[in-house]
Structures are given as structure tokens and as C-alpha cells.
Write a protein that binds this ligand. Structure first.
Ligand code: C2O
Ligand code: CU
Ligand code: CU
Length: 480
């Protein structure tokens, strides 16, 4: 692992910082991306997929991609009940697509691999927003190039607002902060290379440097009260193990598909690739605190993240607390999750997520009769094959089995509830509406199909380790 390189790049900045904690030598304030309020622009949202330069390290600009920005993209705020016209222009030299992850729209507006936008072209889907308030996101989904395009910076947040604040903090950029958490590995000159190699294909591409909203160890200034953090793990592969350095308790209020039944107190939270959680943190004691992440525990030696390749926690960002108090409180109830009725499921299917170990890949590919090593149910993704046909308005039980390592399993165009994880009911914070779940052994999901998708524009389901997805751990389904 090339852990020392990144340290050397940052050394100049560290040396010049005197009063600050040396790990926060940049003293860089966190960027909460501009929030783009669709309703205030007649519900027309323009995004330009572009290349740019971004200084992760001062004086060492990195070549990046972004949506109408050098890196990442605006936070899109969409109102429930609105029809929003998206105008997506591709200004990079590669075909791309833009997928609205977690947004419940028909297959032809979903932005999967079929909705290819060629260089110079513009895609104009109209999105009808009809789902509860939630934190969602958007990212590229082109065939075999999703990992690279995301790694170089393409990702953004979507906030669906349903008009009911529930007394929660809602002052965007002040006490309602988006945190897009990723890991990267920088070269000495500050550049980001993307070359998964065989190891990256097997385990997913991982880095030794945590970035939050496109910055290395930034600082956020927050008011002395309750603050709502909208967490997104937009890493290619890594699961983050988040906690505050002082081990304070925080409260999970929402997961992928929206609010939980009630706030769930925790002091450490695993967030797997593509997952979202909203948390409430109390800063009223006015103590500055560091948010840190541990190694990716489910990955053993491949999960370390510290400079020294040990199993230590590393700082992700820091909170500095001002004196102004804020509006906002900890509610006791949030939302009625509704009954979960597995007996209403019309059928059960099994999906085995296959991947082998390093070194066997090439050998296996010479034996077409042996199940594919990166695939689902022994098959590599084929855009010309519909794997599953579902019926609109029904539910099914999907049993997911992880082979080789834990995989974060995601379904497009539908929300699900986790029935069991390794035979047990899920912990409370994983019991709400979700669209991705880390499957360590086996999971049973109750998937609810509420949006149509044709053979021409099917929905995808896949592992959200982007290198696994690019290598073919993906299938597609219709819904009619
Ligand atoms: Cu984040 Cu196919 O999705
Ligand atoms: Cu998705
Ligand atoms: Cu996987």
C-alpha cells in the first residue's frame, strides 16, 4: 500500500500550521455544495458533466470530474409532488449516464446503463417526485466505467422535501449539513490515478485518505445545539465505521428511504457503500470534536485506512462549535413505518453474489463451464438479457447470499425492508425503507415494486462496490 505518499504531499501544509491540530493543517472550512432548489427555478435543473481541476492539496491541482462544478455537484432539492425537468449535458470525452439513486421513477427516467449520454449530447428526463422525504444521490452508471467516473468526482446529493419539518434542524449549510464521505489514494503530485488492477476488481478500489465533501479533513463550524448531518457513503467500495472521538451518543433519524420510526441512539455507525443515514448530533456543550472512521472491519487486512496500515481510527473531519444556539429538538417519534407483511409476497427469489479470490480470475475465465467469479447466480451481467420479470404493485422476498466477501446489494426503482440479516431481524436503524444493504452472509428483503420498467429500459440490481458492478455483478429486471 502506498500510504506514505499521500502523507508527503500534505507535509508542507502541515508544517506551516502552528496553532491548529496538525491533522487539520489545511484549516479548510467544509464546503456544503450549493443547494439547487428546483422549485425556485421553475423545476428545470441543468447539469453539465464536466472535467475540471480541484485542489485537494494546495498548489497541486488534481484533474477531476464534476456536475456543473470541478468536483461533486450541487445538492438538488426536489419537492414531493413536483415534476422536474432535468437537462443533463455531457461535456466529458466519455459516454456517461446519470442515475438518480433512490428516486422512485420509471425505468426510462432512471439513468441506468441504457440511458447513455454520448459526449456532446444532452439527456432530458422528466422526474415525477412522489415519495417521502429522504436523502438520495446521483452518480454515473455507464457500462464498465462507473467506478472510474465516480472516483474522479462524479456524485451529488438529492434532498426530497415533503413539506413536513417535524421540528428538525433545517437551515441548510448551518444546522443541516450534507457530508459526502469517500476514500482516495493520491499520487505525490496530487493526482488521482484510477487503476483497479486485479486486486481492485476483487476487493474494490480503496484509498488511504478520507475526503468529506471533496476535502481532506475539513472543519465545519456549527451552532451550539442540535445539528442534522446527512451522511452519504459515496466510496467505490469501503464501509466507514463512524464515531466521534469523544464517543458521544448521536441519533439516527433516517436511512436510505426516509425517516425511521423514532431516533435510534448510537455511538458508532457503519455506513456501507451507497448507504445514507441522517443523524442528529448535540453540540450544546460547545466542545469541538473530531469525526473519525475506523478500518473497514468486514474486510480484515484489506480494510485498514491509517498511514501506518494498522487497524487505527483516522480523523475524517472536525466540528468547531460557535456560541449561537439553534432551533431544533430531538423528536420522540418520526414516522409510522407501516406494517411489513412478508406473507403478501407473491414469490421468493435467490441471488447469489459471486466473487472469488485473487489469482483465480484469469484461470477461471478459461473455463466457461465454471460459474463466473464476479457475477450473480453464476452469470456476468449481460445488457441483452432480462434476468427477472416482476409485477407492478406486488412485493417479493429476495434472498441475497454473499460469496467471497460482504457485498452491499442495491435495487433500482424500488424500496425494500430488511426482513432478516443472517437469520436475525435487523437492528433498528436498518429496519426502515432502504435501497441498499450490506450483506455479510445472507439477507432476506421484502421488495416493493411500485414503478414500471420495460425491456428497453429495465431496472438494475447490483453490488454497489463499483468495481464489482463494472465487472458484471449486476442483473436487470422489468416491472409491468
Ligand atoms: Cu447507486 Cu445502480 O446505483
Ligand atoms: Cu440506484
Ligand atoms: Cu460486491
Amino acid at each position: 500500500m502506498l500510504t506514505r505518499r499521500a502523507f508527503a504531499v500534505g507535509a508542507g501544509a502541515v508544517a506551516s500550521a502552528t496553532l491548529l491540530d496538525p491533522r487539520f493543517g489545511h484549516g479548510e472550512l467544509i464546503r456544503a455544495a450549493a443547494r439547487f432548489d428546483a422549485a425556485s427555478q421553475n423545476n428545470v435543473v441543468r447539469l453539465s458533466v464536466s472535467s475540471g481541476r480541484h485542489e485537494f492539496y494546495k498548489g497541486k491541482p488534481t484533474r477531476t470530474y464534476g456536475y456543473s462544478a470541478p468536483i461533486l455537484g450541487p445538492v438538488l432539492r426536489l419537492r414531493r409532488g413536483d415534476r422536474v425537468e432535468m437537462v443533463v449535458h455531457n461535456a466529458i470525452h466519455f459516454p456517461t449516464t446519470v442515475h438518480w439513486h433512490g428516486l422512485l421513477v420509471p425505468g426510462d427516467a432512471d439513468g441506468g446503463p441504457q440511458q447513455r449520454i454520448n459526449p456532446g449530447a444532452t439527456w432530458r428526463p422528466v422526474l415525477t417526485v412522489d415519495q417521502p422525504a429522504a436523502t438520495l444521490w446521483y452518480h454515473p452508471h455507464p457500462h464498465h466505467d462507473t467506478g472510474r467516473q465516480t472516483y474522479l468526482g462524479l456524485a451529488g446529493l438529492i434532498i426530497v422535501d415533503d413539506g413536513d419539518d417535524r421540528g428538525l434542524p433545517r437551515d441548510y449549510g448551518v444546522d443541516d449539513l450534507p457530508l459526502i464521505i469517500q476514500d482516495r489514494e493520491f499520487d505525490l503530485d496530487g493526482s488521482l490515478g484510477y487503476d483497479p488492477g486485479q486486486l481492485g476488481v476483487v476487493y474494490g478500489v480503496r484509498g488511504d485518505t478520507v475526503i468529506v465533501n471533496g476535502a481532506i479533513r475539513p472543519t465545519a463550524r456549527v451552532p451550539a445545539g442540535w445539528v442534522r448531518l446527512r451522511l452519504l457513503n459515496a466510496a467505490n467500495a469501503r464501509n466507514f465505521e463512524l464515531r466521534f472521538q469523544d464517543r458521544r451518543t448521536f441519533y439516527i433519524i433516517a436511512s436510505d428511504g426516509g425517516f425511521l420510526a423514532r431516533p435510534v441512539p448510537m455511538s458508532e455507525l457503519r455506513i456501507s457503500a451507497a448507504e445514507r443515514f441522517e443523524i442528529l448530533v448535540d453540540f450544546s456543550n460547545q466542545q469541538s470534536v473530531v469525526l473519525e472512521t475506523g478500518p473497514d472491519r468486514v474486510m480484515g487486512i484489506f480494510g485498514t485506512i491509517s498511514d501506518s496500515d494498522t487497524y487505527e481510527y483516522v480523523p475524517a473531519m472536525r466540528f468547531e462549535v460557535g456560541s449561537a444556539a439553534t432551533f431544533g429538538r430531538l423528536p420522540s417519534e418520526l414516522v409510522d413505518p407501516g406494517a411489513m407483511d412478508p406473507s403478501a409476497a407473491v414469490r421468493r427469489r435467490q441471488f447469489v453474489l459471486n466473487n472469488g479470490v485473487c489469482g483465480q480470475r484469469t484461470w477461471m475465465s478459461e473455463h466457461p463451464d465454471i460459474p463466473a467469479l464476479v457475477g450473480i447466480n453464476g452469470q456476468v451481467h449481460d445488457p441483452n438479457r432480462i434476468d427477472v420479470e416482476t409485477k407492478l404493485g406486488t412485493s417479493e422476498i429476495w434472498e441475497i447470499v454473499s460469496v467471497g466477501m460482504p457485498h452491499p446489494f442495491h435495487v433500482h426503482g424500488a424500496m425494500f425492508r430488511v426482513l432478516t440479516l443472517d437469520g436475525k431481524p435487523p437492528p433498528e436503524h436498518l429496519a426502515g425503507r432502504k435501497d441498499v444493504v450490506l450483506v455479510e452472509g445472507k439477507a432476506e428483503l421484502l421488495v416493493n415494486f411500485t414503478r414500471p420498467a420495460t425491456r428497453e429500459h429495465p431496472f438494475m440490481y447490483h453490488c454497489h462496490i463499483l468495481e464489482h458492478e463494472d465487472a458484471g455483478m449486476m442483473g436487470q429486471y422489468t416491472c409491468a
